[in-house]
Design a binder for this molecule. Structure first.
Ligand code: GLP
Length: 245
C-alpha cells in the first residue's frame, strides 16, 4: 500500500486526477471504475480541466460505476447516472455508450447480469477510484458478518442512510437498498486509488492504516490485500488517524 499525504482535500483531488490521467494516457483501451459521493466529486473538475487543456483524451476510455441506489430512476436528480453525467461525462469526449452506471429501476437479477457483462465482458478495470463510507463501506459493501464477492443487492446500514440523507429532502427518501460491485470485483482492478477526507472517516481510515487486521466489520480493511493500492489523504485526516509516512 502506498499512502500519499497532501496539504489539502483540493491537492488530494489533483493527485488522484493525475493518477487517473496517467492510466488513461498509458493504457490502450483504458477502463476505469468510477465512484460517486462528495469526496470523489472534487476529482472530476481536475479531469475536465486536463481534458480542456488537451492533456488527456477520453475517446477510447470505458467506465463502470461502483454502485447505485435500488429503485432510483436514472433521471432522478440524486441518481448516480445524473451525478456522472452532470459532473463528468457531459464535459469530456467520452463515448457515453462506453459508460455504465447501474439502472436502479431494472429487474435486479437482469441488472446484476448486465453489470457483470460490463465489468468482465471485454477487459478488467485498469483503475478503480474509491471513496469510503462512514461505516467503512467500499462501493455499498456494508459491514456484516460476511461480505459478498460479486455484484449484488445490499441493504444500507443506518450510518450510510444518515450520511447520505444530506442529499435528500427527508431521511425517509434515502433508498434503503443498493446494487453494488462486490468486494471481489473491486479487488480485481489492476490499481485501486482511495481518496478520503474529513473527521467522520477517521475510524474507517484508522482501521485501514493503523491496524493489520482484516475484518468484515470494516470492509475497507480488505484493500490491505491488494497489490497496488494508493491511498490519498490530506494532512488533517492523517493527523486525526495518527498516521505518518
Ligand atoms: C457513498 C457511495 C460510495 C462512496 C461513499 C463515500 O454512499 N456509495 O461509493 O465512496 O459512500 O461517500 P462520501 O464521499 O460522500 O462520504
Amino acid at each position: 500500500m502506498k499512502v500519499i499525504i497532501t496539504k489539502s482535500y483540493e491537492e488530494s483531488c489533483k493527485t488522484v486526477a493525475d493518477l487517473i490521467i496517467e492510466t488513461v494516457n498509458t493504457k490502450e483501451n483504458p477502463k476505469l471504475g468510477l465512484a460517486t459521493g462528495s469526496t470523489a466529486e472534487g476529482v472530476y473538475p481536475f479531469l475536465i480541466k486536463a481534458y480542456e487543456e488537451k492533456k488527456v483524451d477520453f475517446s477510447k476510455t470505458s467506465t463502470v460505476n461502483l454502485d447505485e441506489y435500488l429503485g432510483m430512476s436514472v433521471d432522478h436528480e440524486q441518481s448516480y447516472t445524473t451525478y456522472m453525467n452532470k459532473k463528468f461525462f457531459n464535459h469530456i469526449n467520452i463515448d457515453k455508450s462506453k459508460t455504465y452506471v447501474a439502472n436502479g429501476m431494472n429487474d435486479p437479477a437482469e441488472e446484476i447480469k448486465l453489470f457483470n457483462e460490463k465489468l468482465y465482458g471485454d477487459k478488467m478495470l485498469d483503475l478503480q477510484l474509491l471513496g469510503v463510507g462512514v461505516s467503512g463501506h467500499i462501493g455499498f459493501n456494508e459491514p456484516n458478518s460476511a461480505l459478498i464477492s460479486g455484484v449484488h443487492i445490499e441493504d444500507l446500514v443506518e450510518s450510510t442512510i444518515e450520511a447520505n440523507s444530506r442529499f435528500f429532502e427527508n431521511k425517509e427518501d434515502v433508498p434503503k437498498k443498493s446494487i453494488t460491485m462486490g468486494v471481489g470485483d473491486i479487488m480485481k482492478a489492476e490499481r485501486i486509488v482511495l481518496i478520503a477526507t474529513g473527521d467522520n472517516k477517521i475510524p474507517a481510515m484508522k482501521s485501514l492504516l493503523m491496524t493489520d487486521k482484516i475484518s468484515t466489520d470494516c470492509p475497507v480493511d480488505f484493500l490491505k490485500l491488494h497489490r497496488d493500492l494508493v491511498v490519498v489523504i490530506d494532512e488533517n485526516l492523517a493527523k486525526g488517524v495518527g498516521f505518518s509516512n
